[in-house]
Design a protein around this ligand. Structure first.
Ligand code: NAD
Length: 542
């Protein structure tokens, strides 16, 4: 027993390394990439204290080289999911009783492992599995995951310190219990950090978890699991399963002990899961916590006072980094007529200088999109634009899937502000421009607010303070993360807590105390030092 009130280390954002030519970090990550690329691995599921292999396997290949096999993974049957639920429930008692400082130490150690000995490996695995450039891998798999772990440990302490007032003769206190039962975490392909955080944030608060990563992130998910285990995470606290998402989800949602879901992914999938939870509500011992961060149709709007060069940079970075596969990526862009052509010229110049190919070549800014389904969806959209009379391809519009799933950064221009590429999340390197009359500034803000079902991120570029204020007010409910004179992507943990409203999610702000609060069930304890001995209150005296 510690007999002390400890303070966890004050969190500081992990510095982003540059990977300059001849730097040691560049050599380390390229060497690791080449080793991983030239070997094949087998990824078992991890349930309780066992690595589980099955007869049912699937191959792993990089999206930028889809005929090249880098491994295979094992898929679950229903019995494995039931075993994962049991493993989580069995681990819960000891894990939830462990001193919170020990839980903190495990995840702080995991952060240090990523920052040091595992940095090259987790980045190289993310470059291979998700086709990220080294910069995109570094800000995600290394820095953001480290930040999630360090900052969440700090927020956990802040939550525990939050205690009620007491009055004379009475001591009130709150214990922040983990939820009863187990939590289900489902993660998307596009961020290694999100995958790690969805399960770690829940486990940190004393819960046990069944975690289902995306089929298209398994290669880097197994590195996360390796790190958590090396950091000392006990068996059964996070159980990692792969396979048919519908079977896995249905099996989990049948369990009376299901007590919450931590989801990040697309909107329709989340709505479907929510409906299933609703339909099963009579089965559960407790009301499940439902946390989901989902899709976006994120905007950039430029005011006539904006700097065309700055807007163009915001578009190029905001729409095309990681092939536009960020929930926050700019995909509908509103430009005033007076400066539209100048902005378009800058964007054209920039995109002409961009090269596309394997992330192993550090000169490439753009690499492949994640899988054939995504490639086909984007090709269909591009071909539709070519047919329609109210839109045209302004820049790009070519594609090639011979070696990898490559889509050229594409800019569409439309005269129809409700055109389908202004409303629908395409999740790829396709952005659509709509040009408005300068005098229509205020109407355009209303239009932005009323276009698409999402409200995740958005940005205004302006050098006119009144216009910025107008945008802030008119777009109050149009974005959970709103940027002034900056691109709408690249939220940093501890600085810009992330999440959107409307169809973009429950807005519980990943990387904040608000999110961690969803994974506890506070118990108020009132202690009276001298208990009453007579039921009669003074007013009863005659
Ligand atoms: P996805 O919805 O296809 O998959 C997400 C997860 O859900 C995966 O693990 C997948 O296997 C699982 N899944 C798929 N079908 C399911 C079903 N029927 N039942 C239960 N689970 C199911 O999303 P994705 O392609 O991996 O990721 C891209 C999406 O995620 C985009 O819509 C993007 O906007 C969103 N996203 C949002 C945020 C955010 O913070 N708001 C962050 C990252 C990604």
């Amino acid at each position: 027993m510690a007999n002390s009130v400890f303070n966890v280390p004050y969190p500081i954002n992990e510095p982003v390394l540059d990977y300059l030519p001849n730097s040691s970090e560049r050599k380390a990550v390229l060497d690791t990439y080449n080793i991983l690329f030239n070997q094949t691995i087998e990824v078992p599921m991890r349930i309780g204290n066992q690595d589980i292999k099955t007869e049912n396997t699937e191959t792993l290949q990089p999206p930028h080289d889809h005929q090249h096999k880098i491994g295979l993974y094992h898929k679950a049957e229903k019995k494995h999911i039931n075993a994962a639920i049991s493993a989580a429930l069995n681990a819960r008692e000891k894990w939830s009783q462990l001193e919170w400082t020990s839980r903190a130490a495990i995840f702080l150690r995991a952060a240090e492992l990523i920052a040091g000995p595992y940095r090259a490996k987790i980045n190289a695995a993310t470059m291979l599995a998700q086709s990220k450039t080294i910069h995109q891998a570094e800000i995600d798999a290394a820095c953001e995951l480290i930040d999630f772990l360090r900052f969440n440990v700090y927020f956990m302490q802040e939550i525990y310190e939050n205690q009620p007032e007491s009055s004379p003769g009475i001591w009130n206190r709150i214990s922040y219990r983990p939820l009863e039962g187990f939590i289900y975490a489902i993660s998307p392909f596009n961020f290694t950090a999100i995958a790690g955080n969805l399960c770690a944030s829940v486990a940190m608060m004393g819960n046990t978890v069944v975690w289902k990563p995306s089929d298209h992130q398994i290669y880097s998910a197994q590195v996360i699991m390796e790190i958590f285990r090396e950091a000392g995470l006990p068996d059964g606290v996070i159980n990692m399963v792969f396979g048919d998402p519908v079977m896995i989800t249905d099996t989990i949602l049948e369990s009376p002990d299901f007590s919450g879901i931590h989801f990040t992914g697309s909107t329709d999938i989340f709505k479907g899961i929510w409906a299933k939870i609703g339909a099963n509500i009579q089965k559960y011992k407790t009301y499940p916590r439902i946390v989901g961060e989902t899709g976006g149709k994120d905007f950039i709007v430029a005011h006539p006072s904006a700097s065309p060069r700055e807007v163009a940079t915001g578009i190029v970075r905001g729409a095309f980094e990681f092939q536009g596969q960020k929930c926050s990526a700019a995909s509908r862009i509103y430009l005033p007529k007076s400066i539209a052509q100048e902005i378009i010229n800058f964007v054209k110049q920039d995109l002409e200088s961009i090269s596309m190919g394997s992330p192993a070549n550090f000169e490439n800014f753009v690499t492949a999109v994640i899988h054939k389904g995504s490639f086909d969806r984007l090709v269909n959209a591009i071909e539709q634009v070519k047919k329609d009379s109210d839109a045209e391809i302004l820049i790009g519009g070519t594609y090639n899937d011979q070696k990898g799933y490559f889509i050229e950064p594409t800019v569409v221009i439309t005269t129809n502000p409700k055109y389908f590429t202004m409303e629908k999340e395409l999740f790829g390197p396709v952005a659509t421009l709509f040009v408005f009359d300068d005098s229509d500034w205020k109407n355009t803000l209303t239009l932005i607010d009323q276009t698409s079902e999402y409200a995740l991120t958005g940005a205004v570029y302006s050098n006119d303070r009144y216009a910025i204020e107008e945008a802030l007010q008119a777009l109050e409910n149009s974005a959970g993360n709103f940027y002034i004179n900056d691109k709408p992507t690249g939220a940093v943990v501890g600085q810009q807590p992330f999440g959107g409203a409307r169809a973009s999610g429950t807005n519980d702000k990943a990387g904040s105390a608000a999110n961690l609060m969803r994974w506890v069930s506070p118990r108020l304890i009132k202690e009276t030092f001298i208990p009453a001995k007579d039921y009669r209150y003074p007013f009863l005296k005659s």
